[in-house]
Design a protein around this ligand. Structure first.
Ligand code: GDP
Ligand code: MG
Length: 311
């Protein structure tokens, strides 16, 4: 799968591979990811249409690189496309080196868990069970719940953590790295992470703008994301973006009566960006005119477009 399968060469002790994190809504997946990846959270897909089912986040350290693939269906709360999503989830399982299953500490294995379990049992790679929210129960109980889970499937490891407090998370990265194959990093941490995240954000805004404008502004818009910054507690991201068009008349159409059109584009885009980043988004949009930007290759590159996108 993915680019570098053939390039995975033995190189010192470095490890690299793909991991997916599954679990019912509310078990703490986002909290765990935020703690594991922190500010380095990265979405590395270049194709906006694939972001829904293939969001990747990259964790890089001196021992290896872990690429997290998003599994559709399993951890999206309501899934109307049942079968398609199952197939997609199974194909994700086939594409990764390690699967992480996040559960809450309990003896009760409910329908949601049974469903995930049925998919996991078909997987051919190591499954690591992570019992999250360990801070909410007594140690004795925790041991009992881990014992209960150890009987339902043959897990590679069972690790109790508190994603919220950041407790025992080193054990998670250690365990993942243990099961990853040797190989060089797939992604250059610094460049790929930040740029791609902005790319997807700008694509979402552009898609919403084009849809709302209903071809009233033929082809002539691009979107630049000027700022993308997480607030200290990681729950809100402030985004500032420009919608670039070619003519003043277009600018008027994009802004709309009393700003109505821009507001509509903004609120639709914000919803999707929030879903993608799984956090609250404060989105500010501006409209700017840059005459003939489409004829200027260097401007186009700044906007992240290739010629072929316009054919
Ligand atoms: P997701 O739906 O799986 O992404 O779950 P979230 O990461 O959004 O977490 C759901 C809720 O559980 C949030 O209110 C978190 O603060 C809380 N939570 C997550 N991890 C822990 C934990 O380790 N301990 C406790 N007490 N709460 C947690
Ligand atoms: Mg979440």
């Amino acid at each position: 799968m993915i680019q570098a399968e053939g390039d995975r060469m033995q190189k010192d002790n470095y490890k690299s591979g793909y991991v997916t994190l599954v679990g019912r809504p509310n078990v703490g997946k986002s909290t765990l990811m935020n703690h594991l990846i922190g500010q380095k959270i990265a979405i590395t897909s270049n194709k906006p249409q694939t972001t829904r089912n293939r969001i990747q986040t990259v964790y890089t350290c001196d021992r290896g690189q872990i690429v997290f693939l998003d599994t559709p269906g399993i951890h999206k709360a309501k899934n109307k496309l049942g079968e398609y999503m199952d197939a997609a989830a199974e194909s994700t399982f086939a594409d990764v080196d390690v699967i992480l299953w996040l559960v809450e500490p309990s003896n009760f294995i409910g329908k949601g868990e049974e469903y995930i379990l049925s998919l996991l049992k078909k997987a051919k790679v190591p499954v690591i069970l992570i019992m999250n929210k360990a801070d909410t129960v007594k140690k004795m109980e925790l041991a009992e719940y881990m014992e209960t889970y150890s009987k339902v499937m043959d897990f590679a490891e069972i690790i109790p953590v508190s994603a919220l407090r950041g407790t025992n998370l080193d054990s998670v990265t250690d365990a993942i790295l243990k099961y990853l194959p040797y190989g060089p990093a797939f992604y250059d941490e610094d460049t790929v992470t930040d740029v791609s995240q902005r790319e997807i954000t700008s694509e979402i805004i552009r898609e919403k703008a084009l849809r709302c404008l209903n071809e009233e502004v033929p082809h002539g818009i691009a979107v630049t994301v000027e700022k993308m910054k997480w607030r200290a507690d990681d729950t809100i991201v402030d985004i500032e973006a420009n919608i670039i068009c070619e003519r003043d008349t277009h600018k008027g159409i994009i802004i709309g009566k009393g700003g109505a059109m821009l507001k509509k584009i903004g609120s639709q885009a914000r919803r999707d960006i929030e879903e993608m980043l799984e956090c609250q988004v404060n989105l500010q949009l501006w409209v700017k005119v840059r005459k003939d930007w489409r004829d200027n290759d260097s401007i186009m590159r700044t906007f992240g477009y290739n010629r072929k996108d316009f054919s």
